[in-house]
Design a protein around this ligand. Structure first.
Ligand code: PLP
Length: 415
């Protein structure tokens, strides 16, 4: 069976033939039947170098032996208890010790759940009803954050999905990224804002870096207006380094959300922050939050193995950054676009200068991206299939893979 045959079956079985929309590559997605290290093996018997890496979690690459061993060991002792387990204490202590300002944590099963709970908690703690997010910022697939991007700094949120009630998202306001003045104006004008939630490094509209001083300004402005600051570190946690963006940029939020890497490739999410806020969560406080699979032992084991490995091999962050720099240098001067990178995250934008916000990223030539993406795939490189997703490297991307990626970029950007 080939990918095209699988997709014919899939179209009858699942909406758009997929389990998540971004996977619906045209004319049909390739089906993966195996993976190891930096590579995916497709049903069409191709080996592809993977720069999507499950959209971020697999920082040690596919089927990493240490993580696999930890999962296998856990499976032998059961994979769901419905009771507390010592593993969650180990992972909680690790994550808390890596993030100054983080005092308590609660595990959930996805990043979406983490931001949903953090927003509810911010409202419950403050008694205020509105939230502010960044235009183009992604916080998962729950109602409060499914707001049309680019609706402007002053207007109330408008749903960007059918089925989301306008009433509900009218409590979600938006400001552009890298614009402290817009945030200041928003918070000065409205006194019913519980929290400002943002990705400290935007990773879901390509890769947009914070200007120098932006995150510090955001910290100051939110504190001055008594608005909670939530960093959504679902991508950046353990990706931009141990301690995520909050340590890399030296700014401590009141609440943080995590996911992706902290589960080592198995489903997970977490939210945490200041003790006085976290103690509002049930059962110690009145803000309800619960989940059958929360603190799943297999996810905890995979996450622990991943984070412990990263602790023991901190030089790997430098090695991944060197690899991204090598791609950057090889690409420089090719094509008319621009290369943006941070650590092991990188993106080539079909736009002259690096975008600073959602409005600017919209100016990218997405048709050119589509041709480039298909070219890269035929060269054996799988990039996330959108101009608006970030590329990742793992510790399994060694010299040979980086050379192949580099050669493919050079070829596909000069066509
Ligand atoms: C992936 C992501 C989420 C959603 O996480 P899921 O596990 O897919 O629900 C939330 N926020 C950010 C920043 C993400 O990158």
């Amino acid at each position: 069976m080939k990918s095209s045959d699988f997709y014919k079956r899939a179209e009858m079985l699942m909406p758009g033939g997929v389990s998540s929309p971004v996977r619906a590559i045209k004319p049909y997605p390739f089906y993966t039947v195996g993976a190891a290290g930096a590579k995916l093996v497709t049903a069409d018997e191709r080996e592809l170098i993977d720069c999507c890496l499950g959209f971020g979690p697999l920082i040690l690459g596919h089927a990493h032996p240490g993580v696999r061993e930890a999962i296998e060991k856990q499976l032998a002792s059961g994979w769901l208890y419905g009771t507390p387990t010592p593993l969650e204490l180990d992972l909680a202590e690790l994550i808390i010790s890596d993030h100054p300002g983080l005092e308590m944590i609660r595990f959930v099963s996805s990043g979406s759940e983490a931001t949903m709970a953090a927003i509810r908690l911010a409202r419950g703690f403050s008694g205020k009803s509105d939230i502010v997010k960044v235009e183009g910022g992604f916080h998962g697939a729950h109602d409060a954050v499914l707001v049309k991007a680019g609706s402007g700094a002053t207007t109330l949120g408008v749903p960007n999905s059918a089925g989301v009630l306008p009433d509900l998202v009218s409590h979600t306001r938006q400001v552009p990224f890298n614009d402290p003045e817009a945030l200041e104006a928003m918070l000065a004008k409205n006194d019913d804002i519980a929290a400002f939630i943002l990705e400290p490094v935007m990773g879901n509209i390509g890769l947009i870096l914070p200007d120098d001083g932006y995150l510090a300004a955001v910290r100051e402005i939110t504190a001055a207006h008594d608005v909670l600051l939530i960093f959504d570190e679902v991508i950046t946690g353990y990706r931009v380094g141990v301690g995520g963006a909050q340590v890399a940029y030296g700014v401590s939020p009141d609440l943080s959300t995590f996911g992706k890497i902290i589960g080592g490739g198995l489903p997970i999410g977490a939210f945490g922050g200041r003790r006085d806020i976290m103690e509002m969560v049930a059962p110690s406080g009145p803000v309800y939050q619960a989940g059958t699979f929360s603190g799943n032992p297999a996810s905890l084991a995979a996450g622990l193995a991943t984070i412990r490995y990263l602790h023991m091999h901190r030089d790997l962050y430098g090695a991944m950054e060197d690899a991204a720099r090598a791609i950057d240098e090889a690409v420089s001067g090719r094509g008319s676009g621009t290369f943006v990178r941070l650590g092991s995250m990188f993106k080539y934008f079909f736009r002259e200068a690096p975008p600073r916000n959602y409005l600017e990223v919209q100016e990218c030539d997405t048709a050119a991206f589509g041709r480039f993406w298909a070219g890269m795939l035929s060269e054996g490189i799988f990039l996330p299939p959108s101009q608006f997703e970030t590329n990742f490297l793992s510790t399994a991307h060694a010299g040979r893979e980086i050379e192949e990626i580099t050669a493919a970029y050079r070829k596909c950007l000069s066509e």
